[in-house]
Design a protein. Structure first.
Length: 261
């Protein structure tokens, strides 16, 4: 590795609006920013982009990509979740005969958009039955918020949807308070750098939506510089990953046929 060479923020093309914001913040800090993986060889690399490209690049570039465990939602106390959630297989989900929300554990599985199904017969037949899925009770979120979490603290965040429609805005007092409640209870079960989504329910209560990898999350109205702090920890050199975070190293590189950008 070139001792004097600045670190690199590697982006997957085409660049999203979030990637452009992070590129500016990283360049201001002295990072080289590129979407050409060949420029990153032999350098200290951090990543922002899709899981399919990450699966191919993690090994050659020595990336340590952090992501929550597939069953994380199933371990949340019911008062913070406000619905039933279980991790199962697509084969078992196809046998459902009641209404349910079905989604992949993270944004890595092709051909399976997160959606409410009246029963399991409408689930896609193209995927192998052993594909993991989360099956949950159906709830209505009136507003949804994204928190970028570093060392158990939400360093920035944004509202991103209202009644299911994109509507970015700064965090409000209630979303910050519920985020702190969730992290007080669950931060020890998440990577040290992660994206946490929460939401306000139709009855006025609050619930966890999901957790996901920070290196593939839109920032919406969150502060780009603080988002970058989270991304740099969540997707950097594998040699820098602490023992605390090693259980959260991405499994996607081991099964690239199931991932997508």
């Amino acid at each position: 590795m070139e001792a004097s060479a600045p670190p690199i923020l590697l982006l997957s093309p085409p660049r999203t609006s979030t990637a452009e914001l992070l590129a500016r913040a990283a360049a201001w800090r002295g990072y080289d920013v590129t979407d050409r993986a060949t420029r990153a060889e032999g350098r200290r690399v951090h990543w922002y982009g899709g899981p399919r490209a990450a699966a191919h690049l993690a090994g050659p570039l020595g990336l340590g990509l952090l992501e929550p465990a597939d069953d994380w939602l199933t371990r949340i106390p019911r008062p913070l979740l406000r619905r039933s959630v279980r991790l199962t297989t697509l084969a078992e989900a196809r046998a459902l005969r009641e209404r349910a929300f079905v989604k992949p554990p993270s944004a890595k599985i092709d051909l399976l958009p997160a959606a409410v199904h009246e029963d399991g017969t409408s689930l896609p037949g193209a995927l192998d039955g052993s594909t993991p899925v989360l099956v949950s009770g159906v709830v209505e979120f009136t507003a949804e918020y994204r928190l970028f979490v570093l060392d158990g603290v939400a360093v920035t965040g944004s509202r991103y949807a209202v009644h299911g429609r994109l509507d970015p805005a700064p965090l409000d007092t209630e979303s910050r308070a519920f985020g702190r409640t969730v992290l007080d209870a669950m931060a020890a079960t998440l990577p040290s750098a992660v994206c946490l989504d929460i939401g306000r329910l139709a009855d006025g209560g609050w619930a966890v939506v999901e957790a996901n990898m920070a290196w593939f999350a839109h920032c919406y109205a969150a502060e780009p510089d603080r988002v970058l702090d989270t991304v740099l920890r969540a997707a950097g050199p594998i040699a820098a990953v602490t023992e605390r975070d090693r259980p959260y190293l991405s499994r996607s590189a081991a099964r690239p046929e199931h991932v997508h950008d």
